[in-house]
Ligand binder design. Structure first.
Ligand code: CA
Length: 379
């Protein structure tokens, strides 16, 4: 089989109700870059790149596409290494790797369709037929009623059947953050798992101070307490807190995660399949994590394609550690407005009582609705 074409679809949609995390960037539009890889046997594969879509598009179109035309999609690892080595001299992290991730996911989709097997069957099989999803939401919207809106939104997720949620913190006041976490914990009761995400807005002493208080609310993990560049800071925060410290959504490739794991800077690593190097690379990152007894619970913020790729990857992750009643890795199920997540696939990836079935159809196991690509494509 030969690759005949690579088409990148840049998508954008306006967000009616803007929201923000501690980063302070109000999301007014939502973008996506969908990669379509065509072959001479009529099989098409789909991929998804994380990050600013116009930049990813340029990387895919000008840097990656010329190198993979006429290649055999089954040579997925050979192609990965060739693309990585091509970008090596221009910076080894960030959006170039997101571009490679999108291509890699599309190649796995093609291989699965050619073999008539879902991707998880090609990467070792499924340890589970459904994955527990946690709702990611609880951003800051109405600054006048932060606690009320968080409690209402959290209650809504529990009513939908979610048994785990993640909320944003980082309001510039530890008291305000703790009041809001208390309001959410009060709204959802003691049995629903709760995680917090600071989007790296704290320095080390602030993170330790708020972390000690957060532990009283039975917070499952503290995500991105400090800046991703500050690995020594992560080591310090992780050592000083009893609760698990998570991070790594902005780290890339096995080389990037090697240092995090060797230093045991985090208790949970969160590579994004659409950013850290695709399915090929994330399997290696997960193996490195397992070798260090660190849990791998991927980050996910993309389209239905990224969601499906993440579910196959999650299905293939062994328990860490294996035991009678294990605590399997959960699926990050982002809940903000996103038609590319909800409408791009004609096959449903919705949850039932907080669990999402692992797709069993060939490849990613989803059918792309080209009408949605046409509707949201940037002219
Ligand atoms: Ca996050």
């Amino acid at each position: 089989m030969k690759i005949t074409d690579v088409i990148s679809h840049q998508l954008s949609v306006n967000v009616d109700e803007p929201f923000t995390s501690s980063r302070g960037w109000f999301y007014k539009t939502k973008g996506a870059l969908v990669v379509e890889v065509r072959t001479d046997e009529g099989i098409t594969g789909w991929g998804d790149c994380y990050g600013p879509s116009a930049v990813c598009k340029s990387i895919v179109d000008t840097l990656l596409k010329p190198s993979i035309i006429a290649k055999d999609p089954f040579d997925v690892e050979v192609i990965w290494e060739a693309l990585y080595n091509k970008v090596k001299d221009y910076g080894l992290t960030g959006m170039t790797i997101s571009g490679i991730s999108g291509v890699d996911i599309a190649l796995w989709d093609i291989i699965g369709k050619a073999c008539k097997q879902p991707i998880h069957k090609l990467i070792g099989g499924a340890f589970r037929t459904k994955v527990e999803a946690y709702a990611t939401g609880l951003y800051f919207k109405n600054m006048e009623r932060l606690n009320e809106e968080a409690a209402e939104e959290a209650r809504g997720y529990v009513e939908q059947g979610f048994r785990a949620l993640k909320m944003k913190i980082g309001l510039g006041s530890i008291k305000k953050d703790l009041d809001r976490v208390a309001a959410v914990r009060d709204a959802i009761g003691p049995d629903v798992k709760l995680m917090v995400d600071a989007n790296h807005c704290f320095n080390v002493p602030q993170a330790i101070n708020i972390g000690r208080e957060l532990e009283k609310f039975d917070v499952r993990w503290f995500e991105e307490p400090v800046s991703p560049e500050d690995l020594d800071g992560y080591v310090e925060v992780s050592r000083r807190l009893d609760m698990a410290v998570a991070g790594g959504e902005n780290e890339f490739t096995k080389f990037g995660f090697r240092e995090i794991l060797a230093k045991r800077a985090m208790d949970i690593i969160q590579p994004d399949v659409c950013a850290a190097g695709g399915i090929t690379e994330c399997k290696k990152i997960a193996a490195l994590a397992q070798a260090h007894s660190v849990q791998c619970i991927p980050h996910a913020w993309g389209t239905a394609i990224g969601l499906a790729a993440t579910i196959h990857f999650l299905a293939s992750l062994p328990e860490c550690p294996p035991c009678l009643v294990p605590m399997p890795p959960m699926l990050e199920y982002e809940q903000t407005f996103n038609p590319f997540r909800d409408r791009l696939s004609q096959t449903s990836l919705t949850h039932t009582k907080g669990f999402v079935d692992v797709p069993t159809a060939p490849g990613l196991g989803i059918e792309i609705d080209r009408k949605i690509l046409d509707q949201y494509r940037v002219a």
